[in-house]
Design a protein around this ligand. Sequence first.
Ligand code: MRU
Length: 341
Amino acid sequence: MKMIDQTALPGKLAYVTYTRPEQVAEAIKAMVVRGAPAIGVAAAMGVALAAARSKKKDLGEFMKELEFSASLLRSTRPTAVNLFWGIDRVMRSARAAKSTAEARKSVSKEVKIMEEEDIETNRRLGRVGADLIDDGDTVLTQCNAGALATVGYGTALGVVRAAVEQGKLVKVLVPETRPALQGARLTAFELVTDGIDCTVIPDTAVGHMIRVGRVDKVIVGADRITRDGFVFNKIGTYQEAVLADRHNVPFYPAAPHSTFDIVRTHDQVIIEERSFDEVVHIRGRRIVPKGVSIANPAFDMTPPELVTALVSDMGLVRKPFKLNILRAISQSPPSPSMSSG
Ligand code: MRU
């Protein structure tokens, strides 16, 4: 399994190769690969590596090995439901097999399908969202919900890309997204590479930029959208939603069907707390005095009343979300997240 080391960007476009599921689990934890759809497919590939490496001939023992790797991969990050969706999907294909050879084959086939589906899903979602964008718009985003956060094309940035492909002029405002700087490092890297107009701002400038009228639409990704319409995304998203609401700017989360958790409600979601080191140090240099308490929540939750509509490959999901999320899911052929995490 080969992928870009996102921790090295934008300084270096380096690739890492993994052959064992434990390496993939470590890579997800360390955010070598990150972004909800990307970790879903990466974790599924981790299971496929376990299947390919297993020497077990007995199907029961083979499945035990797979379950072990699956639970290791499930324990890496708790918030993005795509992770659990990806693992569950390949595990389902393994469980349906009648022999280890068949299980190995169907797991690797399923992962390949997921990889291809992801790009197609994002393109569809992009077209849905692009219709909301007017020529000349400035879009505020958060974190990185682009090609790097998916297999390709992106979700929030997929919307921007699709609008640009329609011939619209779109500018993107990119908050740096402390502490891991996915906005400054990754979103800016993607947009500059594609020649899309992009301006990086400090996270603290978001309110000002919205108030002075420099934002036409907010488009963000999502790590989980619960059945009751709450949106979990990178820390800082909630403040964008509140400020957008205050200044009558539309707020659109963009996410594929695999981000919709039709089992859980908002109070059942775990918000990941990451290492204090990410806050205390900037690129290796300590910026906080010793002895100070630190908190580092990686995600936040935006309630449905602050969301204008949800952009998805299933179409534009409007309010009431409780009803329309279930309606969209039941009308869409691909499997939603009825997942284990
Ligand atoms: O901690 P990260 O970098 O994995 O968080 C990523 C985000 O919050 C993205 O906005 C989200 O996963 C959507 S990606 C298409």
